[in-house]
Design a protein around this ligand. Structure first.
Ligand SMILES: NC(=O)c1ccc[n+]([C@@H]2O[C@H](COP(=O)([O-])OP(=O)(O)OC[C@H]3O[C@@H](n4cnc5c(N)ncnc54)[C@H](O)[C@@H]3O)[C@@H](O)[C@H]2O)c1
Length: 343
């Protein structure tokens, strides 16, 4: 007899684990039945609020005792690989893993491989891939609304380069449908402890990425920046400007005969294009990802996408160690085994 609903488990009950719980709670065909958190204090606070969820402090016990269809891995990055392997071996159907995907490219590859071998659906929570608004933007870019994309620039305070840039590299790959071919990066001397724990190291820094097809990208998440996220895309016929936190989405493009002019005829010809503004409902966006994982179709935020974003970050660190020398992608050899304590 088939179950009335799919059973879910959440591993890791920090702020983001709770966000996953909120997303599951809004869905009728899936129910969180178990949760795991090494901090007894965090676990008992969660169980107090969610009394029908069984709590564990060791994921091994959870997987041994529960019949789980989908697991959210919402711990810090260094444990993502081992928890994914344990989940797959226990027989789950789907893994929704937080970003950055893993502590090394080799570990991320193991996650992809073991999921493929056991027919387990794997998604990485680069949630913009499930956002209808970003999908609309991608369609407009595909239709050449702003022409050839020349560059993409993302600037934000808050540092934690890997934590944020994993989203941004992924978003840039999604919007351009292009692959990164080389990265140069520089990181700041480590200034402040990581708020998720002093055992983690994810300094601020900046990176210049080259994509195939002559597209450039610059991501600046340096420690000395104190501004909210700001994302610009510039093309041969227009530009896009996004400030997610302020709900600002501006699309400007040449119209009519101006579109026939060469790119260098760049007098002030850009006209606003209708585009929905306002804040994103990230819970609803995550729900799209969960429903997709529980279904049988294409996974929009795949393990391979998570791997590509992680690889770009690792390349930026390798470049930094070599005085900013560009590093070619894909990474090969010993670079794949480089390990990091991102969160
Ligand atoms: N997609 C997004 O927009 C988004 C937003 C915030 C955080 N995140 C990601 O989610 C993850 C968690 O972020 P957070 O802010 O909740 O961090 P956090 O440090 O507050 O919480 C992580 C929790 O996992 C627990 N944990 C660690 N190892 C564990 C293990 N082996 N078993 C059980 N519990 C374990 C820790 O004790 C901690 O309570 C990180 O990978 C982070 O990058 C993603």
């Amino acid at each position: 007899m088939s179950k009335e609903y799919k059973s879910a488990a959440i591993i890791g009950l920090g702020g983001q684990g709770r966000s996953h719980n909120t997303a599951y709670m809004g869905l009728s065909n899936v129910k969180v039945i178990a949760a795991c958190e090494v901090s007894e204090e965090r676990l008992s606070a969660f169980i107090d609020e969610n009394s029908d969820v069984r709590g564990y402090t060791d994921a091994k016990d959870l997987f041994e005792n529960e019949d789980i269809d989908i697991v959210s891995i919402v711990t810090n990055t260094p444990s993502h690989r081992d928890l994914t392997v344990a989940a797959v071996k226990s027989g789950v159907q789907a893994v929704l893993c937080e970003k950055p995907m893993a502590h090394s490219p080799a570990a991320a590859r193991q996650m992809i491989d073991i999921c493929a071998e056991h027919n387990v659906r794997l998604a990485i929570n680069h949630m913009r891939r499930w956002s209808p608004r970003y999908h609309k933007l991608r369609e407009m870019l595909e239709d050449s609304l702003i022409g050839e994309i020349g560059n993409l620039i993302y600037v934000s305070g808050g540092a934690l380069f890997a934590c944020i840039a994993t989203h941004i590299f992924d978003l840039m790959r999604m919007l351009t449908e292009r692959e990164i071919i080389s990265i140069s990066g520089r990181f700041d001397a480590f200034r402040r402890p990581n708020f998720r724990g002093t055992q983690y190291h994810d300094p601020g820094g900046h990176a210049l990425a080259l994509f195939d097809g002559d597209t450039r990208a610059f991501i600046d998440l340096s420690e000395n920046l104190g501004v909210p996220g700001w994302f610009d895309i510039h093309g041969s016929l227009g530009r896009v400007h996004i400030e997610e936190e302020r709900g600002i989405w501006q699309v400007m493009a040449r119209q009519g005969n101006d579109r026939e002019q060469p790119p260098w005829a760049s007098r002030n010809t850009l006209q606003p294009v209708d585009f929905s503004t306002g804040g994103e409902n990230w819970t609803a966006v995550l729900q799209v990802g969960i429903v997709e994982l529980l279904g049988g179709g294409e996974i929009m935020s795949s393990g391979e996408d998570g791997y590509a974003a992680l690889e770009a970050i690792v390349a930026a660190h390798i470049s930094h160690e070599n005085d900013g020398t560009p590093v070619a992608l894909p990474l090969t050899g010993d670079d794949l085994s480089r390990e990091f304590t991102f969160t």
